[in-house]
Design a protein around this ligand. Structure first.
Ligand SMILES: *[C@@H]1O[C@H](CO)[C@@H](O)[C@H](O)[C@H]1NC(C)=O
Ligand SMILES: *[C@@H]1O[C@H](CO)[C@@H](O)[C@H](O)[C@H]1NC(C)=O
Length: 984
């Protein structure tokens, strides 16, 4: 995703590309309309496109996609859960970024097993019928450590994201590995991948030869689906010429990433996409491969609840519908499920939770925005003429206040009118009218009611639309979906509660009858048009029209809140057939046989439901159990109740648990044996960070890349030495502490500190002195601007003695230590981002089964202020019965803001970095699979005092929500214990 930067596009003189590649010839398959026919990349016809949309297996579709990162949910069983939720929200696409560093701890070493098994991610998408956009980078950004690059790449001398032998070899090494999976999972091989992205947001310091190299590599390895590029804004990079892709697109984050003032939207959304697209790649569908679906939040930020307010369902209405009005027909919402940047996954600016304020929250819960996205997606998949439109400028009133975009289908008379406030952030309530031209005449709509735009809303109004056996003249309510249920047709329309609506349908005779219980409904028929006016209820009102249309028509008029809870899952029986059900929190699937529809889904309380059953269907089941239905009327509407049975959930009260404590910074003791540590003796570096003194004290150069780092420096004492000058270099929210001969000297943010006037006090004049430095790092910078920023050092740029002038005589001998084994991971199962270099981590104190019997018994909250690094261990039980989804968390409760940081290990997995002095995150998600939800778990917390000592506050287990759920089976993730650890 985009790091918000100034979007100045840098155009480089494009050097002649000499790479020889067998470039496939694009071909035109057939001519469908006057705008050119279908195009392909010459490698496959299964994914084609025209000027409007993609065509998968020949079928045009709106690609309604969302971003999901398997590495941000380290429990493969839950990938299916998230894909089912995408499906339930009627997404037909998912975008996967593949994270090079997650699979490669060391040059030449790759791992695709366990939580890294990408095949399971493809299977989860495929089994739920979701198309995949694959985005393997090599650079991805995504607020990940080094923007997704492996840590070892920082030692490369040559620039990344550039055409040069060293970088080409590194990129090809990665692509060779990931392509094995991607090639086999393309649609051409029966898999879910339909599009393949080349690099990402490569919009600064671009290098077309590098892009050509990547394209050639994908081609050579067997990638056949069309290539795409995600430009960092509509700048035209790689749309044409060297490095260009099959279907160009861009990303866009109009609300930005500062959630601290969530209601302060920008004045205007983009109205220039259409012109830009026409100029840039008008022969391709308009594609936004990342559109803002939420926002990330930095250390010390306002927190995700504020991001939910900023990028809320109103934002989804206004901005996404504006995209459709502009012509976007491929849209991927970044993020749709954000998840967790566990361990050392994140780059420095962001903390552990990557909830992102996304449609599906970090613990997998529904939000209002998720339901809004479903309203839009289902409309886009239902109302096919919307796929093939041309823009026009309709006649309307209030044009200075209300913008109406007209979209006319090129194949049928259907036209759409998308209404929104000119001033995007307007909160005004405004009435407006549109002059429409239909095959049934010209009208100013609404004709006898009020059509309003109430603040931050946008509406897609449909006119002149033949659906099922009906002909809609116009509707001022928005359409959710419609369905032929046999004896009659059903359409669901909606607007905010109490807003008036008008629905006009063609009738053959002026004798049609309107049946409804709702007094607000008025009907009038003239010139073969039956017009209903009504007020949108708080709920859903059935209105039944008989005697005039070919088949009778049931109109379900819903208020907005009620519309959010209508679901229209495909029934899996007949292509395109949907079941209609109202009420549940989540409807995952529907399966129809002769007389029964079997629904699966989740509820959070006893839920009254309405279903509209097709002819012949008499029964429904919910998660396998039959539901007693009451027939409401003769139009197929039934009601029933899904009973929520309160489960018996048990989990340990951690304030009552027995905890074990052990002090854990022996490195500060001069007697500590560091003979096994790596000697820091490099005199040069490939890092971009300038150094002031030698040897180089950049941990990455010695193979240590993640988490806490220790540096120990020894020097011979002298009465001349007055102190030392140390400068730490690391990312946002990093901190370091310094000790001399076991004495605490201070804890600091990154930057310089001179320790002076220590002669005659702390510095021994005779014999050896030992400086111990502990650096709390927060990952590596990204490479958004392709400027090598990810090669910034983590360590110290300067370490010199004060008072002496000949630094070669009076030098400090340094040793460095990070995670056990460095790039040769001690724990390959949990991978390169799980462990850092704390004593407890190196010695497996975070692992299940570590023998802590001889540790001190303590209670949490701690009663003592403990110096240095402290470790706490306990076990806890969780019991969540089958049939329930109760996502769990661990929450820190400490209002002191004293300076300490913690690492939270559950069953050996580093599920969170906590900054008591930073915030905002206090609650950490423990996904099922990592967490044993039916048994015992091991909890270990490493506490790093930045002040001299720290007192750990209260720690509690807390469920986010209790759902009676059709959660797919989630196996426990392999969590090796202490007994399996390689002892060093
Ligand atoms: C710098 O890069 C060159 C070329 O990749 C490599 O040979 C050298 O070892 C690197 N230097 C360091 C200090 O990592
Ligand atoms: C709809 O009715 C429910 C239940 O009475 C109420 O809680 C809710 O606020 C109402 N919504 C609107 C938009 O009026």
């Amino acid at each position: 995703m985009l790091f918000k930067g100034v979007l100045t596009s840098i155009s480089l003189a494009i050097a002649a590309v000499t790479t020889v590649v067998a470039v496939p010839v694009k071909k035109t398959l057939e001519v469908r309309d006057d705008e050119g026919g279908d195009q392909t990349n010459g490698l496959t016809d299964l994914v084609a496109w025209d000027t409007h949309t993609l065509k998968i297996n020949g079928e045009p579709l709106f690609l309604f996609s969302g971003e999901f990162h398997y590495y941000r949910l380290p429990s493969p069983g839950l990938w299916t859960d998230i894909m089912e939720k995408f499906k339930a929200l009627d997404y037909n696409g998912v975008s996967f970024y593949f994270f090079w560093g997650y699979h490669s701890p060391k040059k030449g070493v790759y791992d695709f097993t366990g939580i890294r098994d990408v095949q399971k991610a493809f299977d989860a998408a495929k089994n739920t019928g979701i198309h995949v956009i694959s985005r393997a980078g090599p650079y991805i950004n995504a607020e990940l450590d080094s923007g997704g690059f492996p840590s070892w790449l920082a030692q490369m001398q040559s620039p990344a994201r550039k055409y040069n032998p060293e970088n080409n070899a590194a990129s090809e090494e990665w692509l060779t590995e990931i392509d094995k999976y991607m090639v086999a999972n393309q649609i051409t091989k029966g898999g879910p991948i339909i599009l393949n992205q080349v690099d990402n947001e490569f919009s600064y310091n671009t290098d077309p030869k590098y892009m050509e190299m990547l394209k050639a590599k994908f081609l050579k390895d067997g990638m056949e689906v069309p290539t795409i590029f995600n430009d960092a804004g509509p700048n035209g990079n790689f749309a044409k010429g060297p490095g260009s892709v099959d279907i160009y697109g861009w990303d866009q984050y109009p609300a930005g990433f500062d959630c601290s003032n969530p209601l302060a939207w920008p004045n205007n959304r983009s109205t220039t996409f259409r012109d830009f697209h026409e100029r840039t790649n008008g022969d391709q569908p308009m594609a936004i491969y990342e559109f803002q679906g939420g926002a990330f939040d930095p250390w010390g930020g306002p927190g995700y609840p504020e991001c939910y307010k900023m990028v809320n369902e109103q934002y989804a209405k206004v901005y996404y519908k504006n995209n459709y009005a502009q012509g976007v027909r491929i849209q991927s919402l970044y993020m749709t499920y954000g998840g967790t940047s566990w361990g050392g996954l994140p780059k420095p600016t962001v903390y552990t939770s990557y909830d992102y304020g996304a449609a599906i929250s970090e613990p997998g819960l529904m939000t209002t925005k998720a339901y809004e996205n479903k309203l839009q997606a289902t409309f886009l998949h239902t109302v096919k003429p919307f796929l093939t439109t041309k823009h026009f400028d309709p006649e309307s009133d209030k044009r200075d206040i209300i913008l109406i975009d007209g979209l006319a289908d090129v194949n049928t008379p259907t036209k759409f009118y998308i209404a929104q406030h000119q001033l995007t952030k307007s909160e005004d309530k405004d009435e407006f009218h549109i002059n429409i031209k239909t095959t049934d005449g010209k009208f100013e709509i609404p004709r006898s009611s009020k059509l309003i735009l109430n603040g931050r809303d946008a509406k897609i109004l449909t006119t002149d639309y033949a659906f099922n056996s009906q002909h809609l003249v116009y509707s001022t309510s928005e359409i959710f979906t419609h369905q032929d249920v046999g004896s009659h047709d059903v359409i669901i329309v909606y607007a905010y509660e109490n807003e008036e609506g008008e629905f006009a349908i063609k009738v053959k005779k002026d004798k049609s009858q309107v049946e409804t219980d709702d007094d607000s409904v008025k009907s009038e028929t003239s010139d073969g048009i039956l017009q209903l006016t009504y007020k949108h209820p708080n709920g859903t009102t059935p209105v039944y029209i008989s005697g005039g249309t070919e088949k009778e028509l049931l109109i379900l008029v819903a208020g907005y809140d009620s519309a959010l809870r209508w679901w229209a899952p495909y029934t899996e029986e007949k292509k395109g057939e949907r079941a209609l059900i109202h009420g549940p929190y989540l409807v995952r699937s529907a399966k129809k046989d002769e007389s029964t529809i079997a629904f699966t889904g989740d509820i959070d309380e006893t839920t009254d439901i309405q279903v509209v059953l097709p002819d012949g269907v008499k029964f429904i089941t919910w998660n396998g159990e039959s539901v007693k239905l009451t027939k409401q009327d003769k139009h197929g509407i039934y009601t029933g109740t899904l009973e929520f049975k309160k489960p018996d959930i048990k989990f340990t009260d951690l304030t009552e648990a027995t905890w074990k404590y052990k002090a854990a910074s022996p490195e500060t003791d001069p007697e500590f044996d560091d003979s096994e540590w790596v000697t820091a003796d490099h005199l040069s570096t490939n890092s971009t960070t300038p150094y002031d003194t030698q040897p180089i004290l950049y941990a990455d150069d010695y193979g240590f890349h993640t988490g806490c780092l220790w540096f120990r420096g020894k020097f011979n004492g002298s009465s001349e030495i007055t102190g030392f000058n140390i400068t730490a270099h690391s990312g946002d929210a990093s901190a370091w502490t310094a000790y001399l001969n076991n004495e605490y000297l201070g804890g600091f943010d990154v930057g310089n500190h001179a320790f002076t006037d220590l002669n005659g006090t702390k510095i021994k004049a005779d014999g050896e002195n030992v400086i111990s430095l502990l650096l709390w790092t927060t990952g590596h910078e990204d490479d958004f601007s392709a400027d090598e920023n990810f090669k910034q050092a983590r360590g110290f740029t300067q370490a010199e003695l004060l008072g002496v002038y000949n630094q070669t005589i009076w030098s400090i001998d340094w040793k460095v230590q990070g995670n056990l084994g460095g790039e040769d991971l001690a724990d390959p199962v949990r991978g390169p981002y799980n462990e850092g270099g704390l004593y407890g981590e190196r010695n497996g104190w975070h692992l299940p089964g570590f023998p802590d019997d001889d540790w001190e018994d303590v209670n949490i909250p701690e009663s003592k202020n403990r110096t240095g690094v402290s470790w706490y261990r306990t076990t806890f039980d969780v019991n969540i019965p089958d049939g329930y989804d109760v996502p769990m968390s661990l929450r820190y409760k400490d209002d002191t803001k004293t300076r300490y940081r913690t690492l939270l290990f559950v069953n050996g997995w580093n599920m969170g970095r906590y900054g008591n002095d930073l915030g905002p995150q206090t609650q950490y998600y423990l996904p099922k699979g990592i967490l044993n939800t039916q048994g015992k778990n091991t909890l270990a917390i490493g506490v790093v005092a930045i002040d001299e000592a720290a007192q750990l506050g209260e720690v509690v287990l807390e469920p986010y929500k209790v759902l009676q759920a059709a959660l797919p089976e989630v196996e426990l993730v392999d969590s090796p214990g202490y007994d399996t650890r390689q002892q060093s």
